[in-house]
Write a protein that binds this ligand. Structure first.
Ligand code: G1P
Length: 294
């Protein structure tokens, strides 16, 4: 059976970014660069590569630079054109040419579930993707593309998952899930239950939810009636738990390396790894790192 195509990708980006203060006092954390590209652009490029052509960004106060980033910058383009900087001009144009972006505001920081609920009107009655831009996934086949392939076959919501060992599991939504025989082998799970940020001893498994979701529109109705959960916030995980009563949900262990750029150490590691991979910088940077007496 053919399922509806996933055209829309929602990016919750209204968070305050307190973990990166003072850098995020007057600048959204989504705009912090990894080497020379803002974090959110990595996610937008992944959504595009996965076949989405409508990007929905949930913003809040102080986030206008995200809108400017994906918009045309006439002054900058004119200047680069006059100075004959054609390479840079192409880089700048490519961003605004990328896709159609819509914005909606989340007036209060009431949690991820609340942020997703804000996209209800823009998404409408069709399946869609959610990308948490903090989680950057370096993969040969873009993570969201892998997940859409699972969706295309199952027609059910798909959550990205990864094994997280030890105490760190308490920072995630955690799955109670059983492996399913499929062409994805041990990568596909059927979800039986989900818990947001459990204590380590209460975690139903070590399968953590990572920031990529393929969702069906029924999630909106569920979120609208889900009570506030952990941290006094409306949790997407709790909405999914409601959805589970109506629909099957799958967990999918993606192929690729995930970087948690919402964490300072994760951000530093991602910066080093992405810099080392760059054609224009990698070799010199590697030589430099070797000179550090570590
Ligand atoms: C959010 C979700 C959590 C998920 C995590 C992935 O938490 O609530 O279920 O495991 O993203 O990065 P946050 O990191 O925003 O606290």
């Amino acid at each position: 059976m053919a399922h509806k195509r996933i055209c829309k990708a929602v990016f919750p980006a209204a968070g305050l970014g307190t973990r990166f203060l003072p850098a995020t006092k007057a600048q959204p954390k989504e705009m912090m660069p990894l080497v020379d590209k803002p974090i959110i652009q990595y996610g937008v490029e992944e959504a595009l590569a996965a076949g989405c052509d409508q990007i929905i960004i949930i913003t809040g106060r102080g986030k206008t630079s995200i809108e400017d980033h994906f918009d045309v910058s006439y002054e900058l383009e004119k200047m680069l054109e006059e100075r004959g900087k054609t390479d840079l001009l192409a880089v700048v144009r490519q961003i605004s040419d990328m896709i159609h972006v819509s914005y909606t505001r989340q007036k209060e920081a009431m949690g991820l579930g609340h942020a997703v609920l804000m996209s209800r009107e823009l998404v409408g009655d069709e399946p869609f993707a959610v990308i948490l831009a903090d989680d950057i996934i370096d993969a040969e086949v873009p993570c969201l593309k892998q997940m859409i392939e699972v969706y295309n076959e199952t027609g059910a919501p798909v959550l990205a998952t990864q094994v997280v060992e030890g105490r760190a599991i308490s920072s995630y939504g955690v799955l109670d899930a059983k492996p399913v025989a499929s062409k994805w082998g041990h990568r596909l799970f059927e979800v039986r239950n989900l818990v947001e940020k459990p204590k380590m001893e209460d975690a139903p498994s070590n399968l953590a939810i990572i920031g990529r979701y393929v969702l069906t529109p029924a999630i909106f109705e569920m979120l609208a009636s889900t009570p506030l959960g952990t941290g006094g916030e409306l949790q997407l995980t709790d909405g999914l738990k409601q959805l589970l009563k109506k629909e099957k949900i799958y967990g999918y262990t993606f192929e690729g390396k995930r970087h948690d750029t919402g964490d300072k150490l994760g951000f530093l590691k991602a910066t080093v790894e992405f810099a080392l991979k760059r054609e224009d910088l990698g070799a010199e940077f590697r030589e430099y790192l070797k000179t550090l007496k570590l």
